[in-house]
Write a protein that binds this ligand. Structure first.
Ligand code: MN
Length: 289
C-alpha cells in the first residue's frame, strides 16, 4: 500500500497514477489519539486500520496524482534521525573536497553516531527547497528513508525489520560549512520526504534497493542500499540503543557518492523502482534574489 498526505493535510492511498482520499479515517484516528502521545497517530494505527483504509480507498473517487500537492507522508514524527557517512565512496568524496566542505576527515558511522534533523525542516515534494544562503553551497543527498511503525528500544538486529512501517525517498539537503551538522541540515525545507510511504510488505529486501538522483535531468547519484556500511537492521539496532523509537519516526539511511550543489531554479528527482519518483523544485528563500 502506498500512503500519501496531500493538499491541505489530507490522507490518501495511491493506486496507479491516482490518489484516493481516505481522510475520514485520518480524522477518526487522530480524534482517538492522546495529545501527549509520542509519534504519529496515523502511522501507529496502520496495522489496525489497514483493511478499512483499503476498503475506503476502493470507494473513494480517484484524483490524478499530478493535480494534488504532495506533502511529507508523516505529519508528526517524534524525531528525524539520519545516518552520516554510511556509504564508503561518499566518505571518500567528502575527504577529497574537505577544503570546500569545511569538514575534517569524516569518521565512521560507529564513531560519529546518528544525528538529528529538526522536525520543522520536514516538507513534501510539492513544497520545494528554499535556499537561504545563495552564496554558500547547498547540496542534495539522495537517501532511502525508513519510517518506524511501532515503539521500541534496544531492538535486536533479528527483530529490527518488524519495527519498520514502510519506506520512502528522501533528500537530506545540506548547507556545507563549518557549523554543527544538525544546524546546517535543519534549514526549513531541507528534509524532503516522499512522494509517499510504501508499506514494508511491498519491499522485498530493503538492503537491496537501487536508487538514483538527477538534477535537471542529469544523473548525479546512482547507487544501491547494498553499499551501506550499516545496513537497515544495524541502523535500527544502533539508533534504538540510544533512543526509544516511536511510530512515525523518520530515519534517513545515508547518501552515496555524487552529492553536488543545487541552486534556485533547479529540479531534483529521486527514483527507486519499488517506491516511485520524488520530484521537487529548488527556489530562493527571498523572492528578490
Ligand atoms: Mn545525509
Amino acid at each position: 500500500m502506498k500512503l500519501c498526505r496531500f493538499d491541505e493535510d489530507r490522507l490518501g492511498i495511491v493506486i496507479g497514477e491516482n490518489v484516493h482520499d481516505v481522510s475520514s479515517a485520518q480524522d477518526q484516528i487522530r480524534a482517538a489519539a492522546r495529545y501527549d502521545m509520542k509519534g504519529d497517530a496515523v502511522i501507529a494505527a496502520l496495522p489496525a486500520w489497514r483493511g478499512r483504509l483499503e476498503e475506503l480507498a476502493s470507494k473513494s473517487p480517484a484524483r490524478p496524482l499530478r493535480e494534488v500537492k504532495l506533502l511529507a507522508p508523516v505529519a508528526r514524527p517524534s524525531k528525524v534521525m539520519a545516518a552520516p557517512t554510511n556509504y564508503t565512496k561518499h566518505i571518500e568524496e567528502m575527504r577529497a573536497q574537505k577544503n570546500e566542505t569545511h569538514r575534517g576527515l569524516s569518521s565512521s558511522i560507529g564513531e560519529a553516531g546518528i544525528f538529528l534533523k529538526a522536525n520543522s525542516s520536514l516538507v513534501g515534494p510539492s513544497e520545494g527547497v528554499p535556499i537561504r544562503f545563495p552564496d554558500r553551497r547547498s547540496d542534495h543527498e539522495a537517501e532511502i528513508v525508513l519510517i518506524i511503525g511501532k515503539k521500541g528500544t534496544d531492538i535486536a538486529r533479528e527483530k529490527a525489520l518488524e519495527y519498520v512501517a514502510g519506506y520512502a525517498l528522501g533528500l537530506d539537503m545540506t548547507v556545507r560549512g563549518p557549523e554543527d551538522r544538525s544546524f546546517r541540515k535543519s534549514v526549513d525545507g531541507y528534509t524532503v520526504l516522499g512522494p509517499w510511504m510504501v508499506t514494508a510488505d511491498e519491499i522485498a529486501d530493503p538492503n537491496d534497493l537501487s536508487f538514483e538522483l538527477s538534477v535537471n535531468g542529469q544523473t548525479r547519484q546512482n547507487s544501491n542500499t547494498r553499499s551501506m556500511v550499516y545496513d537497515i537492521q544495524r541502523l535500527i539496532e544502533f539508533a534504538s540503543s540510544f533512543y526509544t523509537l516511536y511510530p512515525g519516526d523518520v530515519f534517513f539511511t545515508g547518501t552515496p557518492e555524487g552529492v553536488s550543489r543545487v541552486n534556485p531554479g533547479d529540479e531534483i528527482e529521486v527514483r527507486s523502482g519499488p517506491i516511485g519518483r520524488l520530484t521537487t523544485k529548488v527556489r530562493a528563500h527571498r523572492a528578490e534574489i
